[in-house]
Design a protein around this ligand. Structure first.
Ligand code: SF4
Ligand code: ZN
Length: 305
């Protein structure tokens, strides 16, 4: 007997294991979009007059984020932002997929090409102390540029495609390491705490990686399926996600329960003990930083040595 869609009774195309329900293609798309909408509203992520810059890598998560936001909030001022990292055999394809995506979504795209703008490729970090661990400087460079471009172009919010799986894996890591500041910093909305720090929002906060993949496939969105040759997801992150995946097979809804307990019970207690550094301006680039020289300028110095 084929499974039936819980909403329309038609033949089901996908099962949602944590909720033990099945959907047909059309009803799953509506379910996904409703979740994006309810997350945005629940955490008051967007105001009607906001200008939102959506960071798109070409992967399934950011492709589904851009498409769903456009669909759910058709009046919202949204543009997409992509960084070409200059990774051989990967960045070119990623940019092409993003170009097809924005054409499909009918959104303006801002591309920042590291080689053209800064004369570097993220692969150059291979010749530094980072050697095979490029994800660390890559993350710093991406976070910095997303904020800088959003600030310089007058955007009021930056939307990133962190999923429930990303969030739970990061929380899990921070709990293991007793990283209280890391636990407190990870939120669905990071407000602006400096005139040059643009507020960050995570509309996929309660949506899983798998739901993003299914939505991307059901909506026929262009996306790069191959992982980045410099790391894919970092090994640690991948291992954490696998472990959390195993736990989820034993405890239904583990990721949702873990996140809910953290947000409701732990976060208020942790916030009382964490000391968040106030932001100053980097002496080199004048962008916000918690230290005299910001993390980006430090990485650039390492590259230039
Ligand atoms: Fe950058 Fe690592 Fe992601 Fe590749 S896998 S894009 S190096 S963060
Ligand atoms: Zn700087």
């Amino acid at each position: 007997m084929p499974r039936r869609c819980v909403r329309c009774g038609g033949e089901a195309a996908v099962g949602i294991d944590y909720a033990n329900v099945y959907f047909c293609r059309g009803c799953f798309k509506e379910f996904f979009e409703k979740k994006v909408r309810s997350t945005v509203l629940k955490y008051a992520m967007i105001k009607p007059d906001d200008r939102v810059l959506v960071a798109v890598s070409g992967g399934k998560d950011s492709s589904s984020l851009l498409f769903a936001l456009r669909k759910v909030f058709p009046e919202l001022k949204i543009e997409a932002f992509h960084i070409n990292l200059g990774i051989k055999g990967y960045s070119k394809e990623s940019e092409q997929k993003v170009l097809r995506l924005v054409d499909f979504v009918k959104t303006n795209l801002i591309v920042f090409d590291l080689e053209k703008e800064l004369g570097i490729s993220i692969e150059d970090f291979k010749n530094t102390v980072y050697k095979g661990k490029i994800c660390s400087p890559c993350g710093v460079v991406k976070r910095y540029l997303i904020n800088k471009v959003a600030y310089e172009k007058g955007f009021t919010k930056v939307a990133t495609a962190h999923t429930l799986d990303d969030v739970v894996a990061l929380l899990f890591n921070s709990y293991l390491q007793g990283d209280v500041d890391g636990l407190v910093r990870l939120k669905p909305v990071l407000p602006s705490t400096h005139t040059k720090f643009v507020a960050k929002i995570k509309p996929l906060w309660e949506i899983t990686d798998r739901e993003c993949l299914v939505y991307t496939l059901f909506c026929d969105l262009p996306y790069v399926s191959q992982p980045c040759p410099l790391g894919g997801e970092t090994t640690k992150m991948r291992e954490r996600k696998e472990l959390i995946g195993e736990l989820s097979t034993k405890i239904r809804g583990f990721k949702h329960i873990f996140l809910k307990s953290h947000m409701k019970r732990m976060l208020p207690l942790l916030e009382a003990s964490a000391k968040m550094p106030s932001l100053i301006e980097c002496e080199i680039c004048r962008m916000p930083s918690s230290e005299r020289i910001c993390a980006f300028c430090k990485r650039m110095r390492i590259l230039n040595k």
